[in-house]
Design a protein around this ligand. Structure first.
Ligand SMILES: Cc1ncc(COP(=O)(O)O)c(C=O)c1O
Length: 408
């Protein structure tokens, strides 16, 4: 059927259409938080689901499965136990709200706290999904410089003081402290304390997004900022997307009731899917730790392959620090490489990359940077895709130079 009806006068005037229909993944897909396909514990999840359905399946007859609107009770118990054991954060299961991925958590927190014209503090490089949400909400954001120890609290102090002088009280400080997206840095415990004390001094909530913390493979996992907080000033979100599988769409927000009670009226979906909540609740208590240990080994190896490919193909033209966990590398190219242009040229040849402008509070400062995800592609695809990217970059910008002893 050829659609002839014109909806244009009926759509909301401020609603942009989706960019394009899905046409499948390109040959070399280095974007998106996809996971290692062989790392998904398919059989164990299927067994877990069968067991829990046989035992508890009749609960599907009611919205919320008889546990109310916060989510499946055994999953909230399990998350509380995992946060205590893995992140040193004692948590009441009644302070946990199960969400459709942490993206829904971010939307709920934004929805409860933000209005157009508000100001939010973010790390100078930050999760593109959060930055684009803030932009579409008409919220102003200020980027705080990040170094090897995470958000620079001396810079934060300066920015907060200047904002105060202008009569601006930011609505929250959004941080990804552990395996920061995209820089891969891990905020030191000292910085966490300083951040908390500045937030207390200026009376501003912190929104702690701990998306990648389970994937930290080097060094101790630092205590969460929320666990150091005595005042309930930190809203925390986590997810199973990176540790188990993004398509499950299960994340969670941890906050005290005065906050949760403002998020719940915005969660109008009638509850998250029951099967994935039940499967996780059954699977995780006995198998999560071992699974994540294995996944970390796989990802660490893929990271090593991508580091090797970057060194081999780009030589000194690509600057980066190998991350201590996670699924991406944040790369700086020489200043004259415009990664918006590179991303377009690469996409036309089957290589998808995240241009740095989309992951930077100040788009211009990220113009010569890019983010490359290594969680999903195979070793071979990583090697071949980085080689293809280097060729495209050379053709567009003369970088890397051919004389840099680059083998192709
Ligand atoms: C920092 C950060 N937060 C949140 C998300 C959203 O993840 P999900 O909705 O799958 O839990 C992502 C996804 O990549 C992310 O990188």
């Amino acid at each position: 059927m050829q659609m002839s009806f014109d909806y244009a006068p009926f759509f909301r005037a401020d609603l942009p259409p989706a960019a394009a229909r899905w046409t499948g993944f390109p040959e070399y897909n280095f974007v998106g938080g996809h996971n290692d396909a062989d790392g998904v514990p398919v059989a164990a999840l299927a067994d877990a689901l069968t067991n829990v359905m046989q035992r508890d399946g009749k609960r599907l007859a009611t919205y919320g499965m008889g546990y109310g609107s916060l989510g499946y009770g055994p999953l909230r118990d399990c998350i509380a136990a995992m946060l205590e054991a893995r992140a040193g954060m004692a948590t009441d299961p009644d302070n946990i709200l199960i969400t459709t991925g942490s993206l829904q958590g971010i939307d709920l927190v934004n929805g409860a706290l933000l209005a157009p014209g508000d100001t939010v503090i973010v790390e100078a490089v930050s999760y593109g999904g959060t930055l684009s949400r803030l932009r579409s909400l008409g919220v102003d954001y200020r980027g705080i410089e990040v170094d090897g120890d995470g958000m620079r609290t001396d810079h934060l102090a300066e920015v907060l003081a200047a904002l105060k002088q202008d009569g601006v009280r930011p609505k929250f400080i959004y941080t990804i402290p552990t395996v920061q997206n995209p820089s891969g840095t891990v905020m030191s415990v000292q910085r966490r304390r300083e951040l908390l004390s500045l937030a207390a001094e200026y009376g501003i909530p912190i929104f702690e997004d701990d998306c990648y913390a389970d994937l930290l493979w080097e060094g101790e996992r630092p205590a969460t900022i929320r666990s150091m907080d005595q005042a309930g000033q930190v809203i925390y979100c986590g997810t199973f997307s990176k540790s188990i599988a993004p398509a499950l769409r299960i994340g969670y927000v941890v906050a005290d009731w005065p906050v949760l009670s403002r998020l719940l009226p915005l969660k109008t979906d009638g509850g998250c899917g029951a099967l994935e909540q039940m499967a996780l609740a059954e699977y995780c208590p006995s198998q999560f730790d071992r699974h994540v240990d294995e996944l970390q080994k796989t990802l660490r190896e893929k990271c090593r392959v991508m580091v090797g490919a970057l060194e081999e193909q780009f030589g000194a033209a690509a600057e980066f620090s190998a991350p201590k966990g996670g699924i991406f590398i944040w790369v700086s190219l020489p200043e004259d490489v415009d990664t918006d242009q590179l991303a377009k040229a690469a996409a036309a040849q089957g290589v998808l990359i995240n241009p740095g402008s989309e992951w930077s509070a100040d788009a211009n400062s990220g113009r010569h940077r890019l983010r490359l995800c290594f969680g999903h592609p195979s070793h071979e695809t990583i090697r071949a895709g980085v080689a293809r990217l280097a060729e495209i970059c050379h053709d567009e910008f003369g970088v890397p130079m051919r004389s840099a002893n680059v083998e192709r």
